[in-house]
Design a protein around this ligand. Structure first.
Ligand code: UD1
Length: 370
């Protein structure tokens, strides 16, 4: 029995790593896998460093797709992935998350009548202006086996008419990765991280990530966010690893960041975790970081009006602050007086989600169905 695992962009690597570990731990002679890296992300800092940090190893296939418009990128991934699928003839394709690689490979698998598993299925922001929401809806519309991270996802899938028997609430593989890496980090030589001195010097700091097109591609929106960030940074310094998309926009719009916002190149996973885990507050528009902050118990402001991960708000440390300056600053004032939102760890965010997933996959592949 053969599974093809697909990864293409930064957050995919964090989800695939624990699944690989769980598959390796099985040591099952009847279950093998091939890893396909589409190359949607390709810079050293956006790709190779993650493969190293997360102990993923060299992918079996690297498709070298690179950046392009959504249509062209998706089409190129489909063309190349189809060749791989025809050659490998897998019993199942497993995709993770909601990036263009997820959707492209899902379509190819189903057109070749290969079973399709989706890890992190069923999440919905109900905002169809987000490319990820389209990827999520379209992928789930053709998925055979759904692996979910929170109950809201089961509810969404059932409402969309998916059979209960195909939906498996297994927990969160991002949190598997977080807990695994946090332990590993204890034994790392942190002095080798270029910003180690900066971290020591700053003491208390805020960690920021910002890359969503709806936040960074529009001058007015990005200016609003930066206006608020510059005021916040006067109170507490901000460390900001900049995504290439955001770097381009800041330059193009000629928007200046406060000197108290310390920018860094995109970071590998370990470096990023080293900063994230000790932050007083995290500001982000990423999906995964909303979950990781809940996993770490660190207050998080999500610079969006919605989230596809509602459990981080209902149970975790996340607050939606939107992207208007007044809202962000009002919430920051509350943080200053209260010390930030406390949360609890959602069900099955316990480090064993990948094991649960692989146990179920093995049963599916053995019996043809469970
Ligand atoms: C993609 C995902 C998004 C995810 C994010 C994580 C989609 C639709 N979006 O967004 O869900 O949260 O990855 O980072 O799949 N670039 C580089 N080097 C790279 C990769 C990209 O410089 O290795 C630059 C290119 O100029 C590119 C831009 O970043 O045009 C955006 O990259 P792209 O992969 O299109 O989307 P992301 O914004 O990274």
């Amino acid at each position: 029995m053969k599974i093809i695992l697909v990864a293409g962009a930064r957050p995919n690597f964090m989800k695939i790593a624990p699944i690989i570990r769980a598959l390796d731990a099985k040591k099952s002679p009847n279950l093998c896998y091939k890893l396909v890296h589409t190359g949607q992300h390709y810079d050293y800092n956006m790709s190779d460093t993650f493969l190293d940090d997360l102990y993923i190893g060299k992918p079996d296939y690297f498709l070298k797709i690179g950046s392009d418009s959504h249509g062209r990128q998706t089409a190129k991934i489909m063309t190349e992935f189809e060749r791989v699928c025809i050659k490998e003839r897998p019993n199942m394709v497993l995709v993770v998350g909601d990036v263009n690689s997820t959707l492209a490979c899902a379509i190819v698998a189903k057109k070749l009548v290969v079973d399709l598993a989706h890890v992190e299925a069923g999440l919905r922001s109900f905002d169809r202006r987000m490319p990820e929401e389209i990827n999520r809806i379209a992928t789930d519309s053709i998925t055979d086996y759904f692996f979910t991270t929170e109950k809201s996802a089961n509810y969404n899938l059932l409402k969309e008419g998916k059979p209960d028997s195909a939906i498996h609430f297994v927990g969160n593989v991002m949190i598997d990765n977080l807990l695994f890496q946090k332990k590993k980090l204890e034994y790392e030589d942190k002095e080798r991280f270029v910003f180690c001195e900066l971290k020591k010097k700053l003491g208390n700091y805020i960690f920021l990530t910002l890359h969503r097109p709806e936040n960074v591609d529009d001058f007015d929106v990005l200016s609003e966010i930066v206006f608020a960030l510059n005021i916040i940074a006067d109170d507490m310094p901000i460390i900001f690893p900049i995504h290439p998309r955001t770097k381009k926009s800041l330059k193009q719009f000629d928007i200046t960041l406060s000197q108290q916002i310390h920018t860094l190149d995109p970071l590998g996973f370990k470096e990023s975790l080293f900063l994230l885990k000790d932050a007083m507050l995290v500001l982000t528009d990423s999906g995964g970081i909303q979950e990781e902050t809940t996993g770490l118990g660190i207050p998080c402001f999500t610079l969006r009006d919605n989230t596809e991960r509602p459990v981080t708000i209902e149970e975790g440390t996340n607050i939606l602050v939107g992207n208007r300056r007044e809202n962000i600053l009002v919430e920051y004032e509350k943080f200053e007086t209260s010390g930030g939102k406390k949360g609890m760890i959602p069900k099955y965010w316990d480090g064993n989600a990948a094991k649960r997933t692989v146990d179920i996959l093995e049963k599916i592949l053995k019996k043809g169905e469970i």
